[in-house]
Design a binder for this molecule. Structure first.
Ligand code: NDP
Length: 311
């Protein structure tokens, strides 16, 4: 069976940054791209907050740059999906990765950068307008709606944080919470209530996003009274949670209740020796390309040190 020094699962900013560092350390990394080569950023239009791009960059281009940089140092990128893993318990033992289609590879170290997937409401109109005003990241896309009227869906900490972020940029933020209360912490709720341009509406659900190619409005239903109303907006932010892509690691790696991988403090070590986690798969708090890239770098350094400790 093929034996790799370092296998990287996932091809977002974390995976490719891990690859750049691992390749330069002569770990001859192989990146298994997964189903969505390039990760979440390939579904974003403009990325304005990644350091080093003074004019901004579109998400797919940035991912091509990262891939090219990783390949320049000898990274091999395989369009392949890992469907099962057998992680060894003992230090120095090999890990086995099962590739969809039946092939298997062994690896001395594995870096997991499989990311997380933003949840959406599932409305056809919402799916149609993704990239046309529907976004799951206010920090990434909020700036494009400066001075405009927008809406945000969700009642957790992310929604509350993003609503206050948007309130500083936009003219008006309509916040739609499906229950009569918010799940967000009291401190976050206080910030929402304090913002004068947040119109907080409980028991409210989106029935339809209005607009052909760009968002022009929303049809909202009050799930207590049944009343339906239309409001005009140009941006809709969905903040109803993320799902970390960790199903194949269940039973082998430690994860929290929401499924995020748990790493040892200030490192990327998981509970299996030689297996490291970086990016959104282990981070539900920050979820930025730059923080994912930072932990990708950490994972490659941790893998290099682990391999050195075996000699
Ligand atoms: P949460 O799962 O905490 O909240 C999701 C919110 O979305 C809930 O209000 C939920 O409503 C609502 N929701 C879910 N599905 C739908 C739907 N189909 N339609 C409408 N509303 C829906 O996710 P978050 O991303 O907010 O937070 C994830 C974790 O990260 C939490 O532990 C949070 O505390 C943490 N976090 C911490 C931050 C901080 O401390 N600064 C910042 C951001 C996140 P309902 O309550 O009705 O189920």
């Amino acid at each position: 069976m093929e034996r790799l020094k370092t296998a990287i699962i996932g091809s977002g900013p974390a995976g490719y940054t891990a690859a750049i560092y691992a390749a330069r350390a002569d770990l001859q990394p192989v990146v298994f791209t997964g189903m969505e080569p390039g990760g979440q950023l390939t579904t974003t239009t403009e990325v304005d907050n990644f350091p080093g791009y003074p004019e901004g960059v579109d998400g797919p281009s940035m991912m091509v740059h990262l891939q090219q940089q990783a390949e320049r140092f000898g990274t091999e990128v395989r369009i392949a999906y890992i469907e099962k893993v057998d992680f060894a318990m003992d230090k120095g033992s090999l890990h086995t990765l099962h590739i969809q289609g039946g092939e298997q590879v062994q690896a001395e170290t594995v870096i997991i950068s499989t990311g997380a997937t933003a949840k959406y409401l599932g409305l056809p109109s919402e799916q149609r307008l993704r990239g046309g005003g529907v976004s799951a990241c206010a920090v990434c896309d909020g700036f494009f709606y400066k001075g405009q009227d927008v809406a945000i869906v969700g009642g957790g900490d992310t929604a509350a944080e993003e609503a206050t972020y948007l309130a500083n940029i936009c003219n008006k933020v309509t916040m739609l919470v499906r229950k009569g209360e918010m799940r967000a912490s009291k401190a976050m709720q206080h910030r929402v209530n304090k913002a004068e341009n947040i119109d907080l509406r409980y028991y409210s659900e989106v029935e339809e996003v209005i607009g052909e190619s760009v968002v022009e409005g929303l049809r909202i239903k009050n799930n207590q009274t049944g009343d339906v109303e239309e409001i005009g907006i140009t941006g809709l932010f969905i903040a109803i949670g993320h799902k970390p892509n960790t199903d194949i690691f269940k039973g082998q790696l430690e994860m929290d209740d929401a499924g995020y991988l748990i790493t040892e403090t200030k490192s990327t070590h998981t509970n299996r020796p030689g297996v490291f986690a970086s990016g959104d798969v282990q981070d539900k708090e920050y979820r930025q390309a730059v923080t994912a890239a930072g932990t990708g770098c950490m994972a490659a350094l941790d893998a290099e040190r682990y391999l050195q400790s075996l000699t």
